[in-house]
Design a protein around this ligand. Structure first.
Ligand code: ADP
Length: 337
């Protein structure tokens, strides 16, 4: 609704600007044409000079005729210019309305996106908060409260709080990278980022006895090291999260032409072909990971990874086959500045 009224206002501005410009040129044109007609008429009148009382003058009848012709020509020029301006008004209104729509479309989409984001984030927050509240209320109502019940409740509360904290961290990270906050890009050894990411996921991988097969070629690129470490961590963390125990995750880093290629390949649950196009959307979780209650997540990791790749003028893509595994490929230019 707000966009419709802004669109109309913008259209009115487009039309006003067009009319001011066309009005100005029409006025210039009018003056020029009228001047030309007047000169032509004076020249034509001179051919009809008659001698009256010793003076050469234009015969009054002929003069009257020329005055009438001039009035008629002036009227026609005026009508032609006014109707042209009328046509310009109609065309400018149509074109202005169309252009205003085109101008506002990305803003409208961004606002819709923002609204959806706030709704999704609130929904994700609501679930653990409701659980927290219910657990506390039930415990408080318990007349025969034992220490073990209190400990059990507090442990569960802590789990929910961890979830809320983790969501808040994800949201802050997403906000940071979506604002393209990459001011500190500098030449950096990308292998260091991957090694740091491997360290961060080591504990989870060991718990599932997942083995990393690592093949890193030393490549230096102009990057934001924190962001690329975050990106690698997200991909490795997912590879571990969505793989069964005792499987292998392959990580390769190499230079190809003017790009750095980071590839993470797992032999996990995979992603359905129909779900692949959506996995980089915010809050999107594939059915398989949602139904598997054990796999924690909010569906924000890959959207953060995509923001980071975008901010480095790079790309991120996924190939996957259900129950066979997934491969995520990140391509970053050696210099994105
Ligand atoms: P999260 O893992 O927190 O759910 P992500 O944004 O990291 O969120 O991933 C989005 C979805 O993509 C996941 O819910 C999961 O369904 C799917 N996915 C991501 N990585 C993998 C992977 N390596 N194997 C299988 N599915 C994956």
């Amino acid at each position: 609704m707000i966009f419709q009224s802004v669109r109309i206002k913008l259209t009115i501005w487009y039309v006003i600007i067009t009319l001011v410009v066309s009005g100005f040129f029409s006025a210039l044109l009018y003056r020029g044409i009228i001047g030309e007609i007047q000169t032509g008429i004076s020249r034509a009148e001179n051919r009809f000079l008659v001698m009256r009382n010793g003076n050469l003058i234009v015969s009054p009848d002929i003069h009257q005729q020329f005055v009438e012709d001039f009035q008629l020509a002036r009227k026609r020029v005026l009508v032609a210019l006014l109707s042209t301006n009328g046509l310009i008004l109609v065309l400018a209104s149509g074109a202005g309305y169309f252009l205003a729509g085109k101008t506002l479309q990305p803003i409208e989409e961004a606002m819709e996106d923002q609204k959806r984001f706030v709704a999704d984030a609130s929904h994700e927050l609501k679930t653990p908060l409701t659980t927290l509240r219910t657990e506390i209320e039930v415990t408080l109502r318990d007349k025969h409260l034992t220490k073990s019940t209190v400990v059990k409740t507090l442990k569960s509360n802590l789990e929910e709080l961890t979830r809320i904290q983790s969501l808040a961290n994800y949201l802050l990270t997403l906000n940071k990278f979506e604002r393209n906050d990459m001011s500190t890009k500098r030449k950096y050894d990308v292998t260091k980022c991957v090694k740091e990411a491997l360290k961060r996921v080591d504990k989870n991988a060991k718990e599932k006895t997942i083995v990393f097969s690592v093949n890193l070629e030393k490549v230096e690129a102009i990057i934001n090291a924190d962001a690329i470490t975050e990106l690698a961590t997200i991909l490795l963390d997912n590879a571990v999260k969505y793989s069964d125990e005792n499987t292998e995750v392959k990580i390769t880093l190499k230079k190809q032409g003017d790009n750095v290629i980071l590839r993470v390949q797992d032999h996990g649950i995979g992603i359905k072909r129909t779900e692949l196009p959506y996995i980089f959307n915010r809050f999107y979780r594939a059915d398989s990971s949602r139904s598997k209650g054990t796999v924690n997540g909010f569906g924000l990791g890959l959207s953060i990874a995509k923001s980071i790749a975008d901010a480095h003028a790079g790309t991120i893509s996924a190939e996957s086959e259900t129950l066979k595994g997934s491969t995520f490929t990140v391509i970053l230019p050696l210099s994105s500045q």
